[in-house]
Design a protein around this ligand. Structure first.
Ligand code: AMP
Ligand code: MG
Length: 285
């Protein structure tokens, strides 16, 4: 997934902790092998070769695809995991400090669109319309993996734990004697105290490229296939990492006003959206 995961937990002995770390990290590695778009042999990357017919996929991949497609519908395609071909062009653009070639982007566009991806919940299958499609789960897989690692720990009886994958964090019970895990945000500074929750931050601050004096985010607006150029940082708190992660990216694309409306429509979800000003959803405080 192109990032480092770290885990903190409290348990009765170093040996139990050691063994729990190993099992939780093994679960993350298993998900990486299924979901990574960097690995040619991942379950995800095998789908385009089987375009045109239904493919039975693992429950993990199915859950992520189904959540992604629901959010794509709900955001009118602002969140779209079929952006893979454009995301590849933007990765090269970041490396070469040059905007993607417009003709290449047009070609990419012909293989993009969440309506070209079909799910069948009864059979647990996925059908891609076109072998030129590429799926990219960069906006949702880390949150899901954080949830999955916490679940492994809970199965081992370890509930006082947190799993962090750069901007995506998931929390179980608080550390002993505390109300929650304390997480610092900046610009503007704030401290969150969290348990049984997840938090994700998305935006242009961490990954972007500057070309001819303009800053382009690694988050792509599906309407233009261009990296976002207006500054935005979104922090979402939700019960589960899969939701915090995907919603934070979706709100980044939608911007302040529409983003806030999306968040207010989800029970148990809250967000802080920082553009030229900071706005908070009703449940944030
Ligand atoms: P995040 O850091 O969770 O906001 O996810 C950003 C990553 O999601 C990017 O690096 C891309 O891999 C992918 N991505 C970019 N734009 C979109 C989008 N509009 N919808 C879904 N995924 C996207
Ligand atoms: Mg995300």
């Amino acid at each position: 997934m192109g990032t480092l995961f770290s885990i903190k937990l409290y348990t009765s002995s170093a040996a139990r902790a050691e063994s729990a770390f190993r099992k939780a990290h093994a679960r993350i590695a298993e998900l990486d092998a299924l979901l990574s778009d960097y690995r040619a042999d991942s379950e995800l990357n095998q789908l385009p070769r089987q375009a045109g017919r239904p493919v039975k996929v693992s429950p993990d991949l199915y859950t992520i695809l189904a959540t992604s497609q629901r959010l794509a519908e709900e955001t009118d395609g602002a969140f779209d995991i079929t952006l893979g071909p454009a995301i590849r062009l933007w990765r090269e653009a970041r490396r070469d400090h040059r905007l993607p070639d417009p003709a290449a982007l047009r070609e990419a566009a012909s293989h993009i669109g969440y309506r070209k991806l079909h799910l069948d919940a009864v059979h647990g299958t996925v059908t891609l319309d076109d072998p030129g499609m590429r799926l990219d789960l960069g906006a949702i897989a880390k949150g899901y993996a954080a949830d999955a690692a916490l679940a492994v720990l809970a199965d081992l009886g370890i509930r006082r734990a947190l799993v962090a994958a750069s901007g995506d964090l998931a929390f179980g019970d608080p550390p002993p004697g505390q109300r929650g895990w304390r997480i610092g945000l900046d610009s503007p500074a704030a401290v969150l105290t969290l348990a049984h929750a997840a938090v994700s931050t998305s935006g242009d601050a961490e990954q972007h490229v500057e070309i001819e004096g303009r800053r382009y985010s690694h988050i792509i607006d599906p309407a233009t296939l261009m990296g976002l150029t207006r500054p935005i940082t979104v922090t979402v708190r939700a019960r589960r990492g899969i939701d915090a992660d995907s919603l934070a990216t979706a709100v980044s694309v939608l911007g302040g006003e529409r983003g806030l409306a999306l968040i207010e429509g989800h029970r148990g979800v809250a967000a802080r959206i920082v553009t030229d000003r900071a706005i908070e959803s009703a449940g944030w405080r």
